[in-house]
Write a protein that binds this ligand. Structure first.
Ligand SMILES: [Zn+2]
Length: 333
């Protein structure tokens, strides 16, 4: 994979006091989601760590705990993949404490600390914890796309950080990439020793999303291109690209999909997610054609029956989805 990455000198940047602008005001649904798909390795109030394949583990975050309180240590799901030479983590959580927790588990499970961390996209609950993988001057290679790096700098690296109204001001220290993926036109293979993974550049949830397919395990880590049990966040979405990206990921219905928020399911059992996305697309386009504002359209959006009870991190998520469509349709109402 050498030529597709560049290696800038390791540079870290401090994003002021840190901020998560990803999730604005709102309330969670009351439910605490707990889904078991593999062998339980550890369970904390904020997440479960499960073995889901040979040398493959998933972190399934539980952002709403049993008492109805918010758990922000990890917030998003993640993966841990072991090869003979490399130990790869996919996604870096919200807080460094979450990353440090997974890092110690990696050492116990694989005999070494993570050697590589792949950041799926710009959102703070997927990159805010990066510093937690560092141990003094030691730390993993950090892989992200050039677009994601620029968006992270743009969003968190300058100006006055905006305090997140749900989660407060996280003590995050953002780290820049050590390996930058410049070419998003095709997947990149990373040899872990005895197995390889395919890093697949896609878009839709944001302008630049990376999914990871484990070649010998029929497992795909999809991050926020796939949501399960939670209504998707469109705050930085490019909605015209989202459904095509999801269909690409779902091509083989037997692949096990690890969502960015929610559970794990075979692609063929996630049709209801696609149905929700298509309902959003249809509703937004119709509202736009009728001359409604995104707010007016979003307010009357009704999720398809099967996804009606999905938790909304923010009750305004349908409106935020419509706003994303309106940006693309050329009318910022
Ligand atoms: Zn996201």
């Amino acid at each position: 994979m050498g030529s597709v990455f560049s290696k800038p000198s390791r540079r870290a940047f401090i994003a002021g006091t840190g901020a998560a602008t990803l999730m604005t005001t709102g309330v969670f649904g009351a439910a605490t989601r707990k889904q078991s798909s593999g062998k339980l390795i550890d369970e904390q109030s904020f997440a479960r760590l499960e073995e889901i394949g040979d040398g493959v583990w998933a972190v399934l975050s539980t952002p709403v705990n049993a008492n109805g309180g918010f758990e922000t240590t990890t917030l998003s799901n993640a993966g841990l993949i072991m090869g003979d030479d490399k130990v790869v983590v996919y996604d870096a959580f919200f807080r460094p404490e979450g990353a440090a927790w997974l890092s110690e588990h990696a050492k116990k499970l694989t005999g070494r600390y993570p050697t590589h961390v792949i950041v799926s996209h710009l959102h703070a609950d997927h990159c805010g914890g990066l510093a937690g993988f560092q141990r003094g001057s030691e730390g993993p290679e950090i892989i992200m796309t050039e677009v994601t790096r620029d968006l992270i700098f743009e969003t968190y690296g300058k100006g006055e950080p905006r305090e997140n109204e749900i989660f407060g001001r996280p003590p995050i220290r953002l780290l820049g990439p050590t390996q930058i993926l410049h070419d998003e036109s095709k997947p990149v293979s990373l040899d872990l020793g005895g197995r390889s993974i395919s890093i697949d550049p896609l878009a839709g949830h944001t302008p630049s999303d990376l999914a990871v397919h484990i070649s010998d395990a029929d497992i795909i880590f999809a991050s926020d291109l796939v949501w399960e049990g939670y209504f998707p966040n469109y705050v930085n979405a490019v909605p015209s690209k989202l459904v095509p990206s999801v269909k690409h990921l779902f091509k083989n219905g037997d692949n096990l999909m690890v969502s960015g928020h929610g559970g794990i399911a075979k692609a063929k059992d996630l049709d209801i997610y696609l149905e929700l996305l298509e309902a959003i697309d249809k509703g937004a386009k119709e509202a736009h054609a009728l001359g409604l504002t995104a707010e007016e359209g979003g307010a009357i959006f009704i999720s398809p029956e099967a996804t009606k009870n999905w938790i909304r991190f923010n009750p305004q998520y349908p409106t935020i989805a419509y706003q994303a469509w309106y940006r693309e349709l050329g009318n910022n109402q």
